[in-house]
Write a protein that binds this ligand. Structure first.
Ligand SMILES: NC(=O)C1=CN([C@@H]2O[C@H](COP(=O)(O)OP(=O)(O)OC[C@H]3O[C@@H](n4cnc5c(N)ncnc54)[C@H](OP(=O)(O)O)[C@@H]3O)[C@@H](O)[C@H]2O)C=CC1
Ligand SMILES: Cc1cn([C@H]2C[C@H](O)[C@@H](COP(=O)(O)OP(=O)(O)O[C@H]3O[C@@H](C)C(=O)[C@@H](O)[C@H]3O)O2)c(=O)[nH]c1=O
Length: 281
């Protein structure tokens, strides 16, 4: 079993590296954006020729949600054309693709757990490009898994948990949005779910939702980060309208994980338990 991780230096890439040795996979190769530039088909061909992967995990993406509103072409190139390039090279080399997508494909106007059948209707450039990336993958390949995840955090790279800890260092007070509801996902839990899929020997291809269990606001998430870390800071709950950002974010994007739990016999940790583990790390 040979696995190739694209975007291997990013947050999820590092989470995959942390746990890959727990699984009976003979070879996992982590490619950064230079040796695995998903915008360059020649580079991808060379990489695939050398690595001969059975599975490819595509973590490479444009993930700067606000910046994407200004860098539309770059976000489209990486999240749409890049996804297509990866799917095409997987097809040419007979590899199964695990492609990562996001809860931000949803509009967020339905306050009920979103399953894979719910209509996606993105309200940001990032969300639109990720949805288009999903379509490109599905157009090219049959043997793909698209995993939509949400509010990814970990001890690695940049994320909301680390932003909160950093801001608490030099502020006595923080204001965080209370009317956007979703589910945090510990990247290490997602990494383990990906390896479960790879080692399952199943061929249940398609679209899946994966996050931790529970549904909370960003304010709740920040409160828990500070409470578990014993950081005392004044935290103000604010409305979305009081925190101006370039990109719109869904008001409700908590997802239903029944499909992945049933098909792969997965037990998903509750968000707060995973947060404690990540903060310890
Ligand atoms: N972070 C989150 O909250 C969430 C993320 N997701 C999805 O999960 C996946 C992984 O996200 P995460 O690990 O957090 O994101 P990161 O931004 O941490 O990692 C993405 C990686 O892709 C690399 N990259 C950018 N352009 C290219 C390119 N042309 N070729 C190859 N690599 C490239 C980046 O390199 P560099 O940094 O040098 O540009 C970076 O290392 C993404 O698909 C994302 O959309 C889904 C839901 C939530
Ligand atoms: C820093 C900060 C953010 N916020 C709000 C803004 C936003 O609505 C929310 C999260 O902010 P961030 O910019 O950290 O997170 P953001 O980049 O919006 O996170 C998203 O990233 C992409 C890649 C995804 O795919 C999504 O699932 C989601 O994780 O918190 C505050 O209310 N107060 C603050 O001090």
């Amino acid at each position: 079993m040979r696995v190739l991780v694209l975007g291997g230096n990013g947050q999820l890439g590092q989470c995959l590296a942390k746990v890959s040795a727990e699984y009976t996979i003979s070879h996992v190769f982590f490619a950064d954006e230079i040796i695995g530039n998903i915008l360059d088909q020649n580079i991808l061909n060379t990489l695939f020729t050398n690595e001969e992967p059975d599975f490819v995990i595509n973590c490479a993406a444009y993930t700067a949600v606000d910046k994407a509103e200004d860098e539309i072409e770059l976000a489209k190139a990486i999240n749409e054309t890049g996804a297509k390039n990866v799917a095409e090279v997987c097809k040419a080399f007979g590899a199964t693709l695990i492609h990562i997508s996001t809860d931000f494909v949803f509009e967020g106007n339905i306050p009920a757990l979103l399953d894979e059948e719910n209509i996606a209707c993105p309200i940001s450039v990032y969300g639109s490009t990720k949805l288009e990336g999903e379509h490109r993958v599905a157009e090219v390949l049959d043997n793909y898994y698209i995993l939509r995840t949400s509010w990814l955090y970990s001890e690695f790279a940049g994320n909301f948990m680390k932003t909160m800890l950093r801001l608490a260092n030099d502020r006595t007070e923080l204001s965080v949005i209370v009317d956007q509801i979703g589910t945090p996902t510990y990247g290490v839990d997602l990494a383990r779910a990906i390896f479960v899929i790879i080692t399952s020997n199943k061929t249940e291809y398609g679209l899946y939702h994966y996050s931790n269990e529970g549904a909370i606001s960003w304010f709740d998430f920040a409160s828990a980060i500070f409470e578990i870390s014993n950081i005392s800071i004044k935290l103000n709950p604010i409305k979305t309208s009081e925190y101006i950002t370039k990109a719109k974010r869904p008001a409700f994007s908590a997802m239903d994980k029944s499909k992945i739990k049933t098909k792969f016999n997965l037990e998903i940790p509750y968000w707060r338990e995973s947060l404690k583990i990540s903060l310890k790390s």
